[in-house]
Design a protein around this ligand. Sequence first.
Ligand SMILES: C[S@@+](CC[C@H](N)C(=O)[O-])C[C@H]1O[C@@H](n2cnc3c(N)ncnc32)[C@H](O)[C@@H]1O
Length: 402
Amino acid sequence: MAEIITSQQSIDSPENFNYDIENAVLERYQEGARQQQPSLCCPTEYDDTYLKILPQEIIEKDYGCGDPTRYVNPGETVVDLGSGAGKNCYILAQKLGASGKVIGVDFNDVMLDLSRKYQQEIAQRVGYYNTQFVKAKIQDLKLNIESAEAWLKANPIATMEQLSAFDTECDRLRKEEPLITDETVDVVISNCVLNLVHPQDKQQLFQEIYRVLKRGGRAVISDIVCDEDSTPEILNNPELWSGCIAGAFRENNFLKMFEDAGFYGIEILKRDEKPWQIIDGIEFRAMTVRAFKGKEGPCWERKQSVIYKGPWKKVEDDDGHIICRGERMAVCDKTYNILTNANSPYAKEIIPVPPYQEIPLEEATVFNCKSKAIRDPKETKGKGYRVTNLNGDDCCSPGECC
Ligand SMILES: C[S@@+](CC[C@H](N)C(=O)[O-])C[C@H]1O[C@@H](n2cnc3c(N)ncnc32)[C@H](O)[C@@H]1O
């Protein structure tokens, strides 16, 4: 039998668990689909407008802990990780409109049956059909489990060779018929599910979220977080794992997971002041985080600058650029767009300073990405603009601004 875990650090080692996490989660939510489980419900406020047309059963079998649907816009393509009874998907079906689409992902047949049970009826009420529910593990969004199971039915496994053939078929499905392809999704949402994933799969889970998002896309995730590491007693309790407690991220680590996966503009949108539960003095509460994809790529010099309005003396972005309050900071084209585009999480605090004369991308030179560089206003104005005293083309002074 597996050894009992004794510290938070050891939860990274799967062999340290004395129970099967995935099955504990599966069984708990199969039951949750059959019958409402009040102990799994974390009080959450939704916009009532979108609940009016939903069947009572979908409203009641809600095991979420936040409302990521608030941060989604009409026309977007959304994936909901661990869609359960489908409440978040059906709210989104209305918000997204006929031009948008939502794909609910769950690995639990009983939940999938429940979410699909009302699909036609809700589509009729909404006036269009824009929902889909698929079977997959959220940490492996390429593998369509229904296709894998169809193969298994035709090719039952009794030997190692057959097991190996099944693995090969799964790899083929991921490669040739991926369920969710790269860079096709505007928003990935999830409501109280990421904590349920096995620790050894959590890093892959964030990589999968990143993979499916388009450049410029975002993740909006509500989940349970804790303020201190869980005790061995909590970690060894399957009820507490499937009850969204034992697998909760420590709040700072939750944001770090997004950072490590390559996201930028990571922000806590909501953190419940009141804990949902306190166990052994550890507070477990709901938090909603948003994070953007798209900071990688070349840096081109197009003479753009930004001014940070404050109130902090200086700020640093996820690429290490330090932006000083009130200074005209030189940035590359990519950072300029990240900081100033209409949907940017930074836009409210940043004043864009474009050059008087735009430099076409084909003519742009490589930008020397210094962490702190002030751009002379003369440079922004360009040589033709009553400027007689330019010191060459060198862009910025790496001055000690802040
Ligand atoms: C706490 S419930 C949340 C359901 C839904 N998001 C809501 O707000 O009501 C967790 C759901 O995620 C599903 N789930 C848990 N782990 C999963 C995994 N690794 N892959 C896919 N689905 C998973 C469960 O079957 C269950 O339906």
